[in-house]
Design a protein around this ligand. Structure first.
Ligand SMILES: *Cc1c(COP(=O)(O)O)cnc(C)c1O
Length: 455
């Protein structure tokens, strides 16, 4: 055991020490990955140290340096040292974190991590918190509570009766909602046809009059209003003060996709972006994005806690239930589960309140610096850089695609492309604790080189 774990630590450190070496994303790694990894399953096992050493060596050419400072793809955080180490221990301890009895340690750490999250994000302190795999499952978890709650109010117990013959639930959501909202609706049996799509403004924010009309059309039906903190391209925020009030007045359950944007609540100068969001019913967000906890780590928060418990809770004769302590299985869709809240606890404690605030502000500062650096190269910044997202375009669509490809191929930095308002754009997301001003300069230099290159 000792030797095998030491090899793992050595290989992990080797990876992390080389994290700033290009290429940020491997170019065409498939053949070397296959050669090292794609072997026949042996009849007889081999020495665990050899397995770990050869695995680590074999995957090296295919590892994305997303934990480094110049990976700006999708919305991707790195891994804070305390969170990474706590994540390792979570595996070594191998606790089944489904109930207090199965792991008092996991239960207590997660209950404290839950409380800290509510404090840092300034959400209702009495809300229920569920640690899940990501924002996708946080949507499913929170919306299962919403489904239970809305139908219960309509006199229908969805847990017993299911959805067949149930009153039809209406969903009001924005044109720029994240695709995971739709998948949650599919998984919950509500389907996507129930969505009344509210138009968005040029920043991707839900139209308030449009929402009012859609809520009016849904009148009389149990209604879920899905809002967004942090549009995935522009980083924009729905107007929660107006929209949550509209939802409340219509008797809707208000759910918020705050995968990364909800963290704006942690920074004093950004809080105003999500003002009023605390009056919603449920929130879904990630720890593996902006809190820089290793994958996978998402969180669902539900204010009407009994609705979440009613939707999730299960029991069996052989299980031991504990009163007055946290049994995770009351709040999550999992039975046996990893104690995902432990790395969250470690991340929050190592940063402290001020550190979380500083991390979020710092990334936004880097995003503004990237934007002005790219503007000075003659690129067009398409969005208002209110958060950590920057959208840029070159002189033509073809040139935008060419510059993106050149920067990606340089290995100096990596970001993905997107389509915004019908035209291609380069999409930069600054979400890592590891990004420094030097990384920003190096990224801008990679763009300068790409613009200078002829194809
Ligand atoms: C990333 C993201 C999601 C999905 O989160 P996962 O952690 O990938 O499940 C949902 N909504 C938004 C706005 C996102 O950025």
């Amino acid at each position: 055991m000792d030797e095998t774990l030491r090899i793992a630590v050595d290989r992990a450190l080797e990876h992390l020490h080389g994290i700033e070496e290009p290429p940020v994303v491997p170019i065409d790694p498939d053949a070397s990955l296959r050669a090292a990894i794609d072997i026949e399953l042996p009849d007889r096992g081999i020495d665990p140290s050899q397995v770990v050493a050869e695995l680590a060596d074999g995957v090296r050419p295919g590892l994305v340096k997303s934990a480094g400072g110049r990976y700006f793809g999708f919305v991707t955080g790195g891994a804070l040292p305390a969170a990474l180490a706590a994540d390792w221990l979570t595996s070594a301890w191998d606790q089944n974190a489904f109930s207090y009895v199965a792991s008092p340690a996991a239960s207590v750490v997660e209950s404290v991590a839950a409380r800290w999250l509510l404090e840092v994000l300034d959400l209702p302190r009495s809300a229920a918190v569920a640690f899940v795999t990501g924002c996708q499952m946080a949507h499913v978890t929170a919306m299962a509570a919403a489904r239970h709650h809305l139908l219960d109010r309509a006199g229908w117990d969805v847990g017993d009766e299911g959805l067949m013959g149930a009153p039809a639930i209406r969903v009001v959501a924005g044109a720029h909602r994240h695709a995971t909202v739709d998948r949650a609706l599919r998984l919950l049996g509500l389907g996507t046809r129930v969505v009344d799509v509210v138009p968005a403004d040029e920043h991707g924010r839900m139209s308030v009059p449009g929402a009012r009309e859609a809520l009016g059309r849904a009148r009389g039906s149990p209604t879920l209003l899905a809002l967004q903190a942090g549009e995935v391209n522009t980083g924009s925020f729905d107007d929660f003060e107006e929209l949550v009030a509209e939802g409340r007045a219509a008797g809707a359950w208000v759910h918020v996709d705050g995968a990364f944007g909800l963290w704006a609540r942690a920074a004093e100068e950004l809080r105003h972006l999500a003002a009023g969001v605390e009056l919603a019913d449920s929130w879904a967000f990630d720890a593996h994005k902006w809190l820089n906890v290793p994958y996978d780590s998402g969180v669902a928060v539900v204010a009407p806690r009994d609705s979440l418990r009613a939707a999730m809770r299960y029991t069996a004769d052989y299980l031991v239930e504990s009163d007055h302590v946290r049994d995770a299985s009351d709040w999550t869709p999992d039975a046996s589960r990893r104690a995902r809240g432990i790395p969250v606890y470690a991340a929050l404690r190592s940063l402290g309140r001020a550190g979380v605030s500083e991390l979020v502000s710092r990334c936004c500062g880097h995003a503004r610096a990237v934007a002005s650096g790219l503007e000075s190269l003659g690129l067009e910044v398409v969005n208002e850089v209110v958060l950590n997202q920057v959208l840029v375009r070159a002189s033509s669509d073809a040139e935008t695609r060419r510059v993106l490809r050149r920067v990606q191929e340089s290995g100096e930095a990596w970001m993905s492309g997107t389509v915004w308002a019908g035209r291609p754009a380069i999409r930069i997301s600054v979400s890592s604790w590891a990004t420094t001003p030097a990384d920003v300069s190096r990224t801008v230099a990679a763009f300068a080189a790409a613009l200078g290159d002829a194809d």
